[in-house]
Ligand binder design. Structure first.
Ligand code: NDP
Length: 450
């Protein structure tokens, strides 16, 4: 690390002492882009890194709503408009009780680089609420979404800021959010949200895009190192949107997916996961993953233990796809995966691997597909949804999927080229950070001190 990068990391820690996830993301990026920063002495004078780690705008608001018992509940709402140098702010909304400012800032910060890597005109943002959708009735979800959007609508727009889904925000929530936006604005601004239903101008293949995109990126990374998915054993954390479609594409490529999880525990199916059962449980019934055993009694279920590593990473595998949440793979899980013969990890979730674990895995030759590159297929397809909405046209599934595939091929190439340029070997996480940083920093420098 050089003095300037180190100084900015220290300053960011002092200014945001309680934001551990945000500081983790900043440290990971700034440390790895040092070789590129060194080449630009003007960055220090223009405080480029200081500007990069400070959001352009943070919006925090109250979200009151009435539950089914007539009691008023109050949640916190957030939108962080982090960096608009490359286009309208773009990034999902997360509804989960763990949401706080640090988590939204880390996600927004990561989103800047991810969006740059797509090669599409989108800046970085993120939002959400500490609302817990689990166990809520459909009417409660609708009332919450309407209240959330009643405030958020002042701050977004199809050329300004375009939210999408994330944990806890799927097609149902986007529908309620869009409906409320349309009612308040009294105009049909289709491109203000992405991840919309197909019946009101969502994009074909958006639902599949993050999971499929992850597997396309992995295919490229494996291919560059002489491997394929064929006959590989795969374990996946999570069983939500990203996990389900990563599983589907990996299975199509001939891999055997043997484990998936939710926050309670994981299932292990030696014969290979039956994805139809998972889709029915998670997309239709909104049930817990252990219910899989009611349909397939030969499978096993391992319950997570409070404060302990997720059970899914104890299962022997060739390829691990963390598709649940941040800091899912810590040092203990990383060691277990490596010792059990895992040769590649694809980050479907955002920041699922701790910084310490990333270093350990790369040092030990494990191929690591970094989230901001490997899961960028979701936001890239959201940008394709915006394009279709602007043109008032719809592309076919195959057209969108082919564009997604090309984007993921190009993203892997950009990561590899940057890694090669700076002699970083298989350090694709650093390659991704550098490739994205070069695009964002150049646009920021061109636009002056703002
Ligand atoms: P979903 O809400 O559809 O699914 C999330 C899955 O992760 C569920 O199985 C959930 O289990 C599990 N999970 C969530 N929080 C925790 C936790 N604290 N501990 C253990 N398991 C947890 O979300 P997505 O699939 O959309 O998102 C998954 C990840 O991918 C997130 O990190 C998200 O930021 C990232 N991502 C998503 C994109 C998208 O297009 N959807 C795009 C790019 C990144 P349970 O039901 O028990 O909570």
């Amino acid at each position: 690390m050089n003095n300037y990068t180190q100084k900015v990391i220290e300053e960011t820690k002092n200014k945001n002492p309680n934001e551990k996830e945000f500081l983790q993301a900043v440290e990971e990026v700034l440390k790895s882009i040092t070789p590129a920063v060194k080449q630009h002495t003007n960055f220090e004078k223009s405080a480029l890194l200081e500007r990069l780690v400070e959001p352009e705008r943070i919006i925090m608001f109250r979200v009151p709503w009435v539950d089914d018992n007539g009691k008023t509940q109050v949640n916190k709402g957030y939108r962080v408009q982090f960096n608009g140098a490359l286009g309208p702010y773009k990034g999902g909304l997360r509804f989960h009780p763990s949401v706080n400012l640090s988590i939204i800032k880390f996600l927004g910060f990561e989103q800047i680089f991810k969006n740059a890597l797509t090669g599409l005109p989108i800046g970085g943002g993120k939002g959400g609420s500490d609302f817990d959708p689990k166990g809520k009735s459909d009417a409660e979800i609708m009332r919450f979404c309407q209240s959330f959007m009643s405030e958020l609508q002042r701050h977004i727009g199809h050329d300004l800021d375009v939210p999408a889904g994330d944990i806890g925000v799927g097609g149902r929530e986007i529908g309620y959010l869009f409906g409320q936006y349309r009612k308040i604005k009294n105009q049909y601004e289709a491109g203000v949200l992405t991840g919309k239903g197909l019946d009101y101008w969502g994009s074909l293949a958006r639902k599949e895009a993050t999971g499929y995109g992850l597997v396309y990126y992995m295919r490229e990374m494996l291919g560059a190192n002489g491997h394929t998915f064929k006959d590989k054993v795969v374990t996946i954390s999570g069983s939500g949107n990203v996990a389900i479609y990563a599983c589907e594409k990996a299975q199509q490529y001939g891999a055997k997916v043997v484990a998936m999880s939710d926050s309670n525990g994981c299932i292990y199916d030696e014969e290979g996961i039956n994805l139809d059962i998972i889709k029915d449980l998670k997309e239709v019934k909104r049930a817990r993953i252990k219910e899989y055993l009611s349909f397939k009694p030969s499978a096993k279920y391992f319950e997570n233990e409070e404060g302990k590593e997720p059970k899914v990473w104890s299962i022997k595998t060739d390829i691990a796809l963390p598709c649940a949440t941040q800091n899912d793979i810590n040092m203990t899980s990383a060691k277990k995966l490596f010792e059990n013969g895992c040769m590649a990890i694809g980050e479907g979730a955002n920041m699922p691997t701790t910084n310490e674990a990333i270093e350990y895995l790369i040092k030990n030759g494990v191929l690591l597909a970094p989230a901001k590159a490997a899961n960028a297929g979701g936001v890239a397809t959201s940008a394709l949804e915006m394009s279709q909405n602007s043109m008032r046209l719809r592309w076919t599934f195959d057209e969108v999927n082919a564009k997604l595939n090309d984007i993921m091929v190009n993203i892997f190439k950009a990561c590899k080229d940057a890694a090669d340029k700076y002699n970083l070997g298989i350090n694709y996480p650093a390659g991704a950070n550098i490739a994205a940083f070069e695009l964002v920093s150049s646009a920021m420098e061109s636009q002056g001190i703002i």
